[in-house]
Design a binder for this molecule. Structure first.
Ligand SMILES: [Zn+2]
Length: 86
């Protein structure tokens, strides 16, 4: 199901002229965006995120997850468009 969703998104993004970047989804809901600490226990409930290392509290765990995905996409994009990148 996820592979099919990826194929649809790639197709739609190409049609719209929007760059499409796939990122590794591992730990996106467990990684603190303030300090980078990854811990399953950072996610105290489905909606709540509290970093065990620095105490950072996210407005909502899903927003934190989307921030981590956006960060990974931006860094992947920067690497792919850097001078000398293939
Ligand atoms: Zn933290």
């Amino acid at each position: 199901a996820f592979a099919q969703l990826g194929a649809f998104l790639t197709y739609k993004a190409a049609r719209a002229g929007v760059p499409m970047i796939q990122v590794d989804p591992r730990n996106t809901s467990r990684r603190c965006t303030a300090c980078g600490h990854i811990d399953k226990r950072n996610r105290t409930s489905q909606a709540r995120f509290v970093c065990r290392f620095c105490g950072y509290t996210a407005e909502h765990a899903d927003i934190l997850g989307s921030d981590n995905i956006a960060y990974r996409a931006a860094s992947t994009w920067a690497q792919s468009t850097a001078p000398g990148a293939a």
